[in-house]
Design a protein around this ligand. Structure first.
Ligand code: ATP
Length: 273
């Protein structure tokens, strides 16, 4: 977390409840996202990771509770002020959500034209820079999403999430569907961009390797709330059946061994600072 300790929360979720009919997904859920961190959000299928993300970014209205962002309570703000704050978010959704009829530079130019008021030539020039930032070669700018590999589409989607220079980046399962090498490269890219751009990252994932490679802290959603949010070694030692199956099952042990062999876990770096 860039050596700043203790980091202050940029997002504070308090007593959040979400229900759909009589299906209660969250109840009195509390969670902090600390400035400069990469927070991994994990939990069994259907525990409400995506609903939590959508509640924070303003795509879902919670049933109850408070979400403070940069000290402002989103649930109490008038919509114009709320959308000012939401402009400081970048979101990478599952599946990427690029426009299939636009090439990559046109895709990334859309928010720059609509929200930053740039003219098309400047917007597309900036779009090419954003594509470069995510490691795409210059010739990718004029390609259409259907002409690209899954990994390139993810990078382009990330470029679009970064278009308006967000302070907080939300990623919903960014490595889903990528091969292990592509996923590892994407994990490194997230860390590099966090360090270079000073981002704070909220990262929903099922990918254990991502937790070890990229995350400073991990929050586990279970039984409608956050069971634990802490450093990975603390979380992995939590006395809970799902946590133990997930972190200390065969895949968890393999991910842990792979990373302890290289000692590249972010918490190791933090301890040395
Ligand atoms: N708009 C909606 N209407 C009704 N139910 C919904 C709606 N959105 C989400 N849900 C329900 O809320 C629960 C949590 O969904 P969510 O997608 O957040 O889970 P998740 O933890 O992200 O799951 P996964 O890991 O499988 O992606 C699920 O049971 C889902 O069916």
């Amino acid at each position: 977390m860039n050596g700043h300790k203790p980091a202050e929360p940029v997002i504070e979720v308090r007593q959040l409840s979400n229900r759909f009919g009589d299906h209660v997904v969250h109840e009195d859920l509390d969670l902090d996202l600390l400035r400069g961190e990469i927070l991994g959000v994990v939990g069994g299928s259907g525990t409400g990771k995506t609903v939590l993300l959508r509640s924070i970014v303003g795509l879902h209205t919670p049933s109850a509770g408070h979400i403070r962002v940069f000290g402002e309570d989103l649930t109490e703000l008038p919509s114009a002020k709320r959308s000012d704050i939401e402009q400081r978010f970048g979101v990478l959704f599952q599946g990427g959500a690029l426009f299939t009829s636009l090439n990559l530079q046109e895709n990334i130019a859309v928010p720059l034209i609509e929200h930053a008021g740039l003219k098309r030539p400047e917007a597309e020039q900036l779009a090419r820079m954003k594509l470069g930032l995510t490691g795409l070669p210059p010739e990718a700018a004029t390609k259409y999403p259907s002409e690209l590999s899954g990994g390139m589409v993810k990078r382009a989607s990330l470029a679009r999430a970064l278009a308006l220079d967000p302070e907080i980046l939300f990623l919903d399962e960014p490595t889903a569907g990528l091969d292990p090498i592509g996923a590892a490269a994407f994990d490194r890219l997230i860390v590099t961009l966090r360090d270079a751009l000073g981002l704070t990252v909220f990262l929903v994932t099922h990918d254990l390797d991502t937790l070890y490679a990229a995350c400073d802290r991990v929050a586990v959603l279970s039984q409608r709330r956050v069971l634990v949010a802490d450093r990975l070694d603390v979380v992995a030692a939590t006395d809970d059946d799902w946590v133990q199956d997930y972190f200390n099952g065969p895949r968890g042990r393999a991910a842990s061994q792979a990373f302890s062999a290289h000692n590249t876990h972010p918490t190791h770096r933090n301890r040395e600072q």
